[in-house]
Design a protein around this ligand. Structure first.
Ligand code: GDP
Length: 349
């Protein structure tokens, strides 16, 4: 893609053009290395002009399959757009590439929201590694914010490490549970309770209402034993009941989410958290870049293999091997500089 095309795409995207947004996301989601320079250029351009960014709320939402995540997002999102918000829904689901499906791939999920002009629903990007999927979702967040969406919901299924990845790209984290049964019974991984700011017992309707209220009381008790996150307002983390089906409790959930988010924002903690997240991603990108650089160079890749075998066999220490690879990388990079200089001169000639 030419530089002029990127300018035009960035321009269209920041006026809220949905097709441009979809194209931009396709570009950043591409796993083809040849698309990366254009993706980077687009992100840099948008970052330079993003002033609306601080206004968007980034909300993480997790829950095991069947708990009602898509129904909940559909119901909550519909309310929010009726109130004038623009809502983007993104997903992190590294398992989708294995199962062949996607948690947002099913067209019947979030039908109303997916059709609403004020909403943007994007299936989980394909990818083999959580790191790769997470990076693409983070970049998609930057794009939807640049396109003027003021609420970004990032959904994930309650499997593996994806909750942590989502918590690391959002400001507040909401865990959805079903009535009855402890978190272990519901397949909720350990540690998730610690990152949840708000636990919502969904399906609090009809015959399940009572059970939902009992579950909520249990969780409120359990959460109050957890240490309150430094400086958070009284009453958080919080357990609430809601019904995606009847809509009961959704306003209360939204109020709790915004109260906490505003509280943190007003004290500068949201910005601090975003800065820390940005630094973490930078370091991850740097590490990934270095490892990719190693893998691209046949000689270095071979040395890496040898080092790995030596470490695994206990013949050499991990630290000594790492040091040797870093030294080899430095020499390779210095050689690459010379090549680049040669190219530059050749170009001038
Ligand atoms: P997900 O897999 O977590 O996205 O769950 P879905 O949104 O697909 O919902 C799973 C099932 O639970 C569906 O049959 C929904 O109709 C049902 N469901 C979702 N929310 C509610 C609710 O609030 N009340 C009731 N009674 N059923 C619900």
């Amino acid at each position: 893609m030419e530089a002029g095309d990127i300018d035009a795409l960035a321009e269209a995207l920041s006026t809220g053009d949905r097709r441009a947004l979809a194209r931009g996301i396709t570009l950043v989601e591409s796993t083809a290395p040849r698309h990366r320079p254009a993706a980077r250029a687009l992100l840099s351009q948008l970052t330079a002009r993003a002033d609306a960014r601080a206004a968007a709320r980034r909300i993480g939402l997790s829950g095991t399959p069947g708990v009602g995540k898509s129904s909940f997002i559909e119901a909550l999102g519909s309310r929010l757009i009726a109130q004038g918000h623009r809502v983007a829904v993104l997903a992190v689901d590294p398992s989708s590439s294995r199962s062949g499906g996607s948690i947002l791939g099913d067209k019947t999920r979030m039908e109303t929201l997916a059709r609403a002009p004020q909403a943007f629903v994007r299936p989980s990007p394909a990818g083999r590694t959580l790191g790769g999927v997470a990076r693409r979702t983070r970049e998609a967040i930057a794009l939807v914010e640049a396109a003027g969406y003021d609420v970004v919901l990032v959904e994930t299924v309650g499997v593996g490490q994806s909750e942590t990845a989502v918590a690391e790209m959002t400001d507040v984290f909401c865990l959805l549970l079903a009535p009855g049964g402890g978190d272990e019974l519901q397949g909720v991984k350990r540690g998730i309770m610690e990152i949840a700011d708000i636990v919502v017992i969904n399906k609090a309707d009809g015959a399940m209402k009572r059970a939902a209220e009992a579950t909520q009381a249990d969780y409120q008790g359990a959460l109050s034993l957890l240490r309150r996150r430094a400086g958070d307002p009284e009453g958080f983390p919080k357990a609430l009941t809601a019904s995606a089906m009847t809509g009961d409790g959704l306003d209360t959930v939204w109020q709790a989410l915004t109260t906490l988010d505003d509280w943190r924002r007003d004290r500068g903690w949201r910005d601090e958290r975003r800065q820390a997240q940005a630094l973490t991603w930078f370091r991850q990108s740097l590490e990934r870049g270095l490892v990719e650089r190693l893998a691209r160079d046949v000689g270095l890749a071979r040395q890496l293999e040898v080092a790995e075998a030596a470490v695994a066999a206990g013949r050499e220490t991990p630290d000594a091997c790492a040091e040797r690879i870093v030294a080899a990388l430095r020499i390779a990079l210095a050689g690459a500089d010379v090549d680049a200089d040669d190219d530059a001169h050749a170009g001038q000639d």
